[in-house]
Design a protein around this ligand. Structure first.
Ligand SMILES: [Zn+2]
Length: 424
């Protein structure tokens, strides 16, 4: 580059800087004009706008008051203060005045088990009603099924993706149990895949992933009622983990006790699918190990109110679960929201938010619902209400900053720009 052209570039740069200073407000307005023209050019082009609400773009971002969230082609095309927009007359407007908008929620521990059989041929209306009751009315736009009949969940997923059943994006993990580790709470007629050695675990993991599942779940501790917990050896854990990790797929563990946690960590499991409240607390070694390996934790605190009938014991289990969550979180561990719904029949998420709120702030809970799983499971276009992201978001009747339980007050759930649940 010659000196003279360098000077010219410098001059251009100075002029550009001047223009930015001079027309800063115009530059801010530009996306709104672009949007207007785009939409005006193609009148059939569908535009959805949620207008008048308060947006929390992410767990860390500054809220935008009286905002508009504009959706085109399944993506968020703009998020800004409402006054900056001139929407096309054809835009479908959702009045969000007085409401709060956050990114679509992930439930990283569900089961399409109780009441979901025969999904391939069930009436779409029936599936939609159940989907609403269990998931979409609680704001879930992405879920992890951590163990059901795989063929049934895959058939359900196909019907959701084909647009027959409004529902969340469904990811699924295949279960592997330890030898002679058929948990007492699962019907004895169920034929469960039990791995007695490393080659068997590898074969099962490969089988699940080749049939289109997205991860593996290992019962590193199986609950046997009055008999001792049956644990899976760390070598068997590692064999399954190696298969999954070679394909960049995550591995979850149902730990049940300390040995189940320790073998999961020794074998390189990514996510603990529960706390272990019956043990009282995680050990310092476990916490250090989890931190070092960047293990994530799904607390499932409401679950502990359903496993025993004695309310004093329930309280004690919840207290221990909350303390484990607190200890793990204060070490900087990644928390993923999950409730084990579909195994438990309590679909309402209010209590889970209240319990989590005892260990974390509301913004941290928002992270567990949105940005944490999006990052952990490598879905960079999900987790935030920002321009260019997938149009997965939740409109709440209440501000979670005022009360963490307001995360359960869902007015609308939107996935890929489509309203998949409306409270009206
Ligand atoms: Zn479960």
């Amino acid at each position: 580059m010659s000196i003279s052209s360098g000077n010219r570039d410098n001059n251009k740069l100075t002029l550009f800087k001047y223009m930015i200073r001079r027309y800063k407000s115009l530059l801010i307005l530009l996306p709104a004009f672009t949007l207007y023209h785009l939409s005006a050019q193609t009148p059939e082009h569908r535009v959805l706008a949620c207008v008048g609400g308060k947006v929390y773009p992410s767990q860390i971002a500054t809220p935008i008051e009286d905002a508009a969230v504009v959706v085109e082609e399944g993506k968020i095309s703009a998020v800004a203060a409402r006054v900056l927009f001139k929407l096309p007359a054809s835009a479908e407007v959702l009045d969000c005045k007085g409401k709060t908008i956050v990114a679509g929620f992930w439930n990283s521990h569900v089961h399409f088990e109780t009441g979901w059989h025969g999904a391939e041929n069930a009436l779409a209306d029936k599936l939609e009603a159940h989907m609403q009751e269990m998931l979409t009315r609680w704001g879930f736009t992405t879920v992890w099924d951590l163990g059901s009949e795989p063929g049934n969940t895959l058939a359900l997923r196909e019907r959701v993706e084909a647009g027959q059943v409004p529902g969340p994006k469904i990811l699924m993990a295949g279960d592997i149990f330890p030898e002679n580790g058929h948990p007492v709470y699962l019907s004895p007629e169920m034929e469960l895949p039990e791995a007695g050695n490393a080659p068997e675990a590898m074969l099962m993991a490969r089988g699940y992933l080749s049939m289109g599942l997205d991860g593996i779940k290992l019962f590193t501790g199986a609950y046997m009622g009055n008999k001792p917990v049956v644990n899976m050896d760390a070598a068997i854990v590692k064999a399954a983990v190696d298969v999954a990790h070679a394909l960049r797929k995550p591995v979850f563990a149902h730990p049940q006790n300390h040995v189940g946690v320790d073998n999961a960590l020794a074998g390189g499991v990514d996510i603990l699918a529960h706390t272990i409240p019956n043990e009282g607390s995680f050990t310092a070694e476990e916490l250090a190990h989890m931190k070092q390996q960047r293990t994530a934790l799904i607390p499932t605190l409401t679950l502990w109110t359903t496993v025993v009938s004695d309310s004093a014991v329930q309280d004690q289990l919840v207290r221990a679960g909350v303390n484990e969550l607190k200890a793990f979180f204060s070490e900087g561990g990644t928390i993923l929201f999950g409730t084990d719904v579909g195994f438990i029949t309590r679909y309402d998420t209010t209590q889970e938010f209240e319990f989590m709120g005892r260990a974390m702030g509301w913004r941290d809970v928002l992270g567990a619902l949105t940005t944490n799983p999006a990052e952990y499971f490598r879905e960079p276009s999900k987790g935030r209400v920002e321009k260019g992201m997938d149009a997965d978001f939740v409109v709440l009747d209440g501000d979670p900053a005022a009360d963490v339980r307001n995360f359960a007050k869902v007015a609308y759930t939107i996935r890929g720009g489509k309203v998949i649940y409306s409270a009206k």
